[in-house]
Structure formats: structure tokens, C-alpha cells
Design a protein around this ligand. Sequence first.
Ligand code: SF4
Length: 353
Amino acid sequence: MSQQIFDAQSLLQWYDYSQRILPWRAKNDEKPNPYHVLLSEIMLQQTQVATVIPYFYRFIEHFPTFNILAKAELDSVMSLWTGLGYYRRAQNLHQCAREVINYGGGLPQTVEALKKLSGIGNYTAAAVAAIAFNVPVVPIDGNVERLTARIFAIEKKLPKAKKYLDERASKLNHHPLAQKRAGDFAQALFDVGATICKPKNPNCLICPLSSQCLGFQKCIAETLPRKIEKTEKPIRYGIALFIQDRENKILFRKRPMKGLLAGTLELPSTSWELIPVSFDLAKKEIAYQGNFVKKGTITHIFTHFILHIDLYNMQEKLELSFQSRDELWYSFEELTFYPFSSLMKKLVQLALN
Ligand code: SF4
């Protein structure tokens, strides 16, 4: 098998009858909508399909074309992204829409040209090129890497094996049918990876690839891909302050436009440090004096670290006249209109409990 061309026929036959119905996919003989393809690929980064679907519908209802998205205010784009996480994606998508308009209104159709747009890396460029424009390229994500490791029974360990795995994956489409139906081939790989060849308990008995899968034949499929044991995530600590005025509006500030949770609203907070931070440090984040009581601690898991953040509520409610013009005061109900991370949502809910 390792010397042969991967047989795309059984995979594509399976796809014709068993593909997932997804709102961004073209139906039957329809042409794919490149805007929908790109939007879905951006939303699906680090995010499950079931989570993305309602966001996708809402987004295309408000911003049905690149043109309308390009003309929108960034804040309104960010607010529709609220809860989806990885907010940098929304900023990049907005910028990308503007670049597309400058490019002439349509997405470029090659992997190299797509990669020049904001927020589009190797994988997304390949996925969009294959699905929207039928370019014969294999988009390689975690699902496709796992499939490749299993089909060829590759026992080298990630992350070192990534380059080798990706090289093998990129050649999966050498069969003439895979070249001809590049978009279907890519989506068929995604669908098998997501629904049958899952990380745990791959369902090899119903898999269209089992006759050519060495991992299955050697009974080692579930152990692949092999990984070097992960070191534990570091823990970080911080303090957030919850302050209200007499109209029950809450004091927020905006995070920097670069970095984690970029551009979202947050409660005044300390930076997130590797050792517990003192409350005196937290008080330096605000211009107000008052009595604070600790309300509790929220633990939030980010990709690269775990955050324990203590929440302190100010006992007194402030007079509006003390506020500076630059400060951001919003009621809980108003937060749906602003970019707001799930971490901050948890903190505000704890504060109001
Ligand atoms: S046969 Fe099993 S291991 Fe191989 S691709 Fe299918 S589900 Fe995955």
C-alpha cells in the first residue's frame, strides 16, 4: 500500500451517499459559494461543527457578502463572533473581506494567492482552493493527519513526525478521480475523519477505507497517530474586579487589538502571572477606592495554559459623575452587542450571582 496510489474511488462513492449535510456546502450540482466556504473554514478553526452552525447562519444573515462584510464596523463583526472564541479570527476575516474587495470582489483561486490574505494560512488556503475552486490539493488538518497515520500505519511520533505525515497526506489525492473531484475528495476526508475515523474508537467496520488501511489491518489504528507525552499546561493567576454604578452598569475596558482575546471587553484585571498576584496589584488597575469582597475563583482553560482568576466585587455602587469619559460602562443586557469572551461571561455571571 505504501508504494501504491491511494484508491479514492471507495471514499468518493461513500461520500456521494453519506456526506454530512452542512449549511455551507453546495447541494447536488450547485456551485460552492466561496464566501461561505471561507467563512466556515475560519469559524471551524479550533471549533466544533455543531457550535459553528448557528454562528454561521447568523453571520451570513447580517453579512451575506464580502462587500457587506467589508463595509461593516469591526465592532458589529466582533459582536456576532461573541462566544465563538479566538477573536483574532473575526478581525482577520473583516480585514480579509476588505482585501478581497480591493482584489476585485472575488476570492483568488490559487493556494498561493489565498495565503496572502489576512488570516489565511496553509490549511485554510488549501481547503478553500479545493472546496470552492476544485483545485487538486489536500488540506491537511488534524483529522487528515490522523487518517494518514492510520492508513499507512505510521508509527513515528508527533510532533516530530508532522512533516513526514504531511508529506504523505499531500499525496493522498494522486488517483485521477481525486484530482477530478478535488473538493469532494477533501470534504470526504474531513467527513470520514470526523464521523468514522475518530481519535477514540475508530469505526473501522463501516469505514470505506478499511480495505486499504494498514492501521486497521495491523490492529493498531486506535493507537495512531503516536504522540510524545505532553508536558502539563502551565498555570497562570490573575485578579478581576467587578464594579457597578448606581444604574447597575458595569465597568469594562477593551483588551489590546493584538494577542489573546484581542479587542474584547474585559473587567479591569491584573495581567495573568505564573505566581498568584496580590490584591494591591489589582487595585492599581482602577482609579476608584472602595471595599472589595472576594466572590470566588474561575478556572478557564486556554490552549497553552490554565488560568485561575479570582473575582472581587466592589461593595459600593459608584455615582455616574465620577466616571471619566473614556471608561466603558455597560449593563449586563447590553453585553450581547459587544465582543465578549466566555471567560468574561463566566466572571460577570459569578459577580451577579
Ligand atoms: S479503517 Fe479504521 S483506522 Fe483505517 S481509516 Fe477507517 S476508521 Fe480509520
